[in-house]
Design a protein around this ligand. Structure first.
Ligand code: MNH
Length: 468
């Protein structure tokens, strides 16, 4: 199942989309601007495992609950870098997200940064997250209609900037998104198109201009990061440790896990991107589904009122966040419908056979389509329906263990999971306590893709809640 082998014979039992064309492969009925939604559609047609061949490069997609359960076995499988993620090494290098398993900087950075993701660390970020949510509210108080994805992006960039690097991006003082976001979105889109618009369709030469523009974007992002690092060297740091301080101190102290300046830059860039793009999508989808389900919205508002008390301007405490159980289930369910980092790869450590039927050689990789896994028959017949009560503890326990993977799996699973959940529940609670949400009556969900997924053009109409 090597993905780079030309014209390799494929095991007959793995289906592929209809209309395969010699040499070009499975390029019909596919859109390089919406590769995830293509994969979701093919999964529906072809079942829990299928392959796509794009100019001789064969990619196997898996979404069956039984297969994903096996792939979660860390003794047999490890993280595999999909072709799209491998492209992101231009940005993240051997930083945490894009490192190959055998690159020594992964373990070092993982050891160095793990303390920044403990419960105690979350506690130290809480007030910053509250402050950023307040800035969002101050902005929303002046508006009657808001662009949800754009504003969630402002919020999450601000949060990771301040918590991770003590660096504000002044997002709410800008009319437009920070230029860092524009460069990042452009770079993610470029990586997506570069992966799914294959060379014979668009010759290498035709990419020259787009590649050059992309290098400019990356240079711009590097400049933002270098400024953050330079500021730290000059101004120093006070207050609780942030991500940057953990890395800089290790370098100063000759820690065995110290990483060099180039790798620090890769980590900063990785966290600036991974730490906000996916959380903003998750929040945006949660708001979308809440706006579509008035009874779920009302229940969530009632919970916030009860647990946090009415909106008198008092901030929620750290402990009050995790008490919003229903709000948390809304978020879990939004991440089931639209896991915002929708694909992860797994490779075989040794020669093996997946579910006793699909042979894999050591190093062979497959891609898990998380949105398809999240609609596996094991979820029941109504998997396309938004229903937060699926995440009631008894119902979670009644399901197989490995059918919900919005944060990936194993040692390379998301390090920022608790961070994202704390931030997202805090923001949902803050907004639900203060506003009634109404969608534009004729809005139909469109999902835009840039390796991550995000609602496109979704606006909410806000009204301050009236209390009886
Ligand atoms: Mn996050 C890895 C999803 C929020 C930082 N993240 C992953 C993976 C998934 C993922 C899936 C595994 C990818 C793979 O196996 O190739 N992450 C999410 C989602 C959210 C999210 C759905 C929000 C919702 N992630 C965050 C936040 C941060 C973060 C917030 C940082 C503050 N994530 C990472 C890093 C990795 C990662 C770093 C790579 C971890 C590793 O390989 O060691």
């Amino acid at each position: 199942m090597s993905t780079e082998v030309l014209e390799q014979e494929s095991p007959a039992s793995i289906p592929h989309p209809p209309g395969r064309i010699p040499i070009l492969g499975d390029v019909r009925n596919s859109s390089p601007r919406r590769p995830i939604q293509d994969v979701m559609r093919f999964g529906k047609q072809l079942g829990p495992i299928f392959e796509r061949k794009i100019f001789g490069r064969r990619i196997v997609f898996v979404s069956g609950a039984d297969m994903v359960a096996e792939l979660s076995d860390e003794a047999r499988f490890a993280k595999y870098l999909s072709p799209a993620v491998a492209r992101l090494r231009q940005i993240g290098g051997d930083g945490l997200f894009t490192a190959y398993n055998d690159e020594p900087n992964w373990r070092k950075a993982h050891n160095l940064l793990r303390p920044a993701f403990t419960q105690a660390a979350m506690r130290s970020y809480h007030q910053i997250m509250v402050d950023v949510a307040r800035e969002l509210v101050a902005d929303w108080d002046t508006r009657t209609t808001v662009d949800v994805s754009a504003d969630m992006t402002k919020l999450t960039l601000e949060t990771i900037g301040r918590t991770g690097f003590s660096h504000p991006f002044d997002s709410f003082r800008r009319e437009r998104l920070h230029p860092f976001v524009e460069a990042m979105v452009g770079a993610l889109r470029h990586a997506q198109l570069r992966t799914f618009l294959s060379p014979p369709l668009v010759g290498e030469l035709l990419w020259r201009r787009a590649d050059k523009r992309n290098l400019d974007r990356i240079a711009f992002m590097n400049g933002v990061v270098d400024e953050v690092i330079r500021e730290r060297r000059e101004v120093g740091h006070t207050g609780p440790d942030d991500l940057l301080e953990l890395m800089m101190r290790a370098a100063r102290d000759d820690d065995p896990d110290r990483i060099d300046d180039v790798n620090i830059r890769h980590q900063v860039l990785t966290f600036l991107v991974a730490g906000h793009e996916t959380t903003s999508g998750a929040l945006s989808f949660a708001f979308y589904y809440l706006s579509q389900h008035p009874e779920i919205l009302a229940k969530a508002q009632a919970e916030v009122d009860e647990v946090w008390g009415p909106d008198t301007g008092a901030d929620p405490s750290f402990e009050q966040i995790a008490k919003l159980r229903h709000v948390r289930r809304v978020l879990d369910e939004a991440l089931r419908m639209w896991p915002t980092a929708p694909i992860y790869g797994r490779e075989a450590r040794e020669d093996t056979t997946l579910v006793g039927r699909y042979p894999m050689r050591a190093g062979d990789g497959v891609l898990v389509s998380i949105p398809s896994l999240h609609r596996d028959p094991a979820w029941g017949p109504d998997a396309d329906v938004f229903d937060p009560d699926r995440f009631l503890p008894a119902r979670v326990k009644a399901r197989p263990a490995h059918i919900y993977k919005p944060f990936g799996t194993g040692e390379r699973a998301c390090i920022g999971r608790q961070f994202a959940l704390h931030e997202a529940v805090l923001v949902l609670g803050t907004i639900l306590r203060r506003y009634d949400l109404e969608p534009d009556a004729d809005y139909q969900l469109r999902v835009q893709e840039r390796l991550t997924v995000m609602p496109d053009g979704f606006r909410l109409n806000l009204r301050r809640r009236r209390r009886s």
